[in-house]
Design a protein around this ligand. Structure first.
Ligand SMILES: Cc1cc2nc3c(=O)[nH]c(=O)nc-3n(C[C@H](O)[C@H](O)[C@H](O)COP(=O)(O)O)c2cc1C
Length: 172
């Protein structure tokens, strides 16, 4: 398969929830898992692991994380902490992008976290490891990937101060 450019890969990576039962070749699976390892993490600690399981989808990649091993610089703020997740979801995104580039469909799901105790037991996940995402992966039914519906960059990126959307002359 021809290599996809990174921008095209990002621009067409969307949630693919209908997967064919066809198995994923071992070399392809290895490549997408290895892509996850290239992600940046706080202090380069890589406080995540993937348990690969097989079920209704050809593969489900269950991402686990170790909060004791994370640089969580916003832990003391009086709001929900998000920085720790940045040392897991970078790897998740790398995996998703690699799947897209390989022609595999996938979707980042988090609802499994609601039954985390059962999942930890089932997959023998030890303390202090927890679950962050479960990603079903397989070849898409139909076309799978395609254009995304997203807000335009002018609404999401500001110039100098919050809400300054006048990017004329800066973003063309
Ligand atoms: C943090 C996060 C959690 C998500 N959790 C779920 C989920 O539990 N189940 C699901 O089907 N999709 C889940 N998604 C996928 C989003 O619903 C999807 O990416 C979004 O609606 C945009 O759709 P698109 O990627 O097809 O453009 C999640 C995505 C993110 C980033």
């Amino acid at each position: 398969m021809a290599e996809m450019g990174i921008y095209e890969t990002m621009r067409t990576l969307r949630a693919v929830r209908r997967l064919r039962p066809d198995p994923i070749p071992a070399d392809v699976l290895r490549r997408v898992l290895e892509a996850a390892t290239w992600a940046p993490t706080g202090g380069n600690v890589q406080p995540w692991r993937i348990v690969v399981v097989f079920g209704e989808s050809p593969v489900v990649a269950v991402f686990c994380f170790n909060p004791k091993n994370m640089a969580i610089t916003d832990a003391k703020q009086a709001r929900v902490s998000v920085v720790g997740g940045g040392s897991v979801y970078t790897a998740v995104e790398n995996l998703l992008l690699a799947c897209r580039a390989e022609g595999l469909g996938c979707v980042l799901t988090t609802l499994l976290c609601e039954c985390e105790p059962e999942v930890r037991k089932l997959l023998a996940i030890p303390d202090p490891w927890y679950t962050a995402a479960a990603i079903p992966i397989g070849y898409p039914v139909g076309r799978g990937h395609g254009p995304l519906i997203r807000r335009p960059v002018e609404q999401l990126a500001y110039l100098d101060s919050w809400g300054q959307a006048n990017l004329t002359g800066w973003l063309k």
